[in-house]
Design a protein around this ligand. Structure first.
Ligand code: ADP
Ligand code: MG
Length: 316
């Protein structure tokens, strides 16, 4: 590990900022947080593991730090919540360069600052194989207003924000060794859809939300299962990302099954605008009775089998 644990924590503490939710941040046995009275607490935790979620040859330390916290922020967005504080547990190899750690924190803190989220604590340890980071994001929402996955009902329209499949296409191109950051910024510089989630909650527009981290086919299956419903998706309606030097549109397969887009999928029975806070919102289908999820491609109808990101099966 670079330097001693104590001096590393000092460096982290030096960068961490405070925020209104943090009464006691880094430096004590526990952080002390306070959320507005009448709010429920939201807590999410996500691993970022070397050679599972990133490769040091493909991703700069800043990019890995940003993607690490964005995973947690995206979960808060998917509840319509307000992020309040983050916690970082970091396992580094003894040979991890100090510079790498500094740049990782730089990327992570830059994304945290965008949402005014203070880093309020964490843990530091030595890893015997690969860098591992676990991010905890604590958020809040006014009592009873957090938007669950379980609220979708037959007849609701299904919407997604932004465009899909871009991150998986970026990984595929990185594997072939031909992708510059500017060829698909959102993979290297993702932003959680916090504003969209918050707006949907305030307007009471969404009956259910999930963030697209594993891939549309898998995350939609999660939402349908929790809601006890089925769905119909119109393949032609799915907004597909454009990636690479030529900004080619990704395949329908990648848009259906590619992971880590950090967009939101939500259901609604009310009219929804085409853009929310500058982010496009596209209707891709409808919730149906039963438990089947059907993909409509022209005249063809087939079962949409969840084939998104599955741990113990895929690696970056
Ligand atoms: P403890 O022995 O009680 O776990 P530590 O020495 O691990 O305490 O941590 C001291 C302080 O530094 C705590 O406030 C902890 O939350 C914080 N801290 C430790 N590691 C990190 C990290 N990677 N990121 C942010 N804060 C950290
Ligand atoms: Mg500790």
């Amino acid at each position: 590990m670079p330097r001693s644990e104590k001096s590393l924590i000092e460096r982290i503490r030096h960068r961490a900022r405070s925020g209104p939710a943090v009464i006691q941040g880094i430096g004590d046995d526990c952080a002390v947080l306070r959320v507005p009275s009448g709010h429920d607490l939201l807590v999410t935790t996500d691993f970022t593991l070397e050679n599972v979620h990133f490769r040091r040859e493909w991703h700069s330390a800043e990019v890995i730090g940003r993607r690490c916290i964005t995973r947690g922020l995206s979960d808060i967005a998917a509840m319509g919540g307000e992020p309040r504080a983050a916690f970082l547990s970091l396992a580094l190899e003894s040979r991890t360069p100090q510079k790498w750690v500094d740049r990782f924190l730089e990327g992570l803190m830059a994304a945290a600052r965008e949402w005014n989220v203070p880093l309020a604590g964490g843990d530091t340890a030595q890893s015997l194989g690969g860098i591992q980071a676990d991010i905890v994001v604590v958020g809040s929402a006014p009592k009873g207003t957090a938007i669950a996955r379980s609220g979708a009902r037959p007849g609701d329209a299904i919407y997604v924000t932004g465009s899909l499949g871009g991150s998986a296409a970026a990984i595929a191109q990185l594997r072939k060794g031909k992708l510059r950051a500017q060829d698909y910024q959102r993979h290297f510089h993702p932003t959680a859809r916090i504003e969209v989630g918050r707006w949907l909650r305030r307007r009471q527009l969404a009956s259910a939300i999930i963030d697209l981290s594993d891939g549309l086919s898998t995350d939609l299956a999660h939402l349908c299962e929790e809601s006890g419903v089925g769905a119909e998706i119109d393949a032609a309606a799915i907004p597909r990302a454009r990636v690479g030097r030529g900004q080619e549109t990704v395949s329908t397969a990648l848009a259906l099954h590619g992971g880590e887009d950090y967009e939101l999928l939500f259901t609604s029975r009310r009219k929804t605008p085409a853009t929310i806070f500058g982010v496009s919102v596209t209707c891709i289908g409808r919730i149906r009775r039963g438990s089947e999820i059907t993909l409509i491609e022209g005249q063809m109808r087939r079962d949409l089998v969840p084939r998104g990101w599955e741990h113990f099966r895929s690696r970056v």
